[in-house]
Design a protein. Structure first.
Length: 107
C-alpha cells in the first residue's frame, strides 16, 4: 500500500494525528532528509507543489524585469523587483521541497 492509498484512511483523524502518523511513516520509510517537509499533510504538500505566483504578480514581475533590463526602473521599483524575485525564489524552493517530499513518501 502506498502513502497515497493510505491518505483516505487518515481523514477521520485530527490534523495533529495525521501529521504524527505521516511523520512516523516517513521516519519508518527512512525519509529523514532535512529537505523533506514532514509537518504537512499529503493534500497540503500537493497543493504547495502545484502553487505559483498569481497571473497579476507574474505579469508585474515580467514588466519590472523588462524595464529593469532597459535601465528604466526607479529605485522604488528596483526594491519591489528584488522583493518579487525573492518571493518567486522562495516559492520555487518550497514547491521543489514539497514535490521532493511527495516523491520520497511514495517511494
Amino acid at each position: 500500500m502506498s502513502i497515497t492509498e493510505l491518505l483516505p484512511t487518515l481523514k477521520p483523524l485530527s490534523r495533529e494525528d495525521q501529521i504524527q502518523v505521516l511523520t512516523f511513516l516517513a521516519q519508518e520509510l527512512g525519509v529523514d532528509d532535512p529537505r523533506c517537509l514532514l509537518g504537512l499533510s499529503l493534500k497540503e504538500l500537493q497543493a504547495l507543489g502545484d502553487c505559483k505566483l498569481t497571473v497579476a504578480a507574474q505579469e508585474h514581475l515580467s514588466d519590472l524585469l523588462d524595464r529593469n533590463s532597459n535601465g528604466l526602473l526607479p529605485v522604488e521599483e528596483q526594491i519591489e523587483l528584488a522583493q518579487l524575485v525573492e518571493q518567486a525564489e522562495q516559492l520555487s524552493l518550497l514547491k521543489t521541497r514539497a514535490q521532493y517530499t511527495l516523491h520520497q513518501l511514495a517511494a
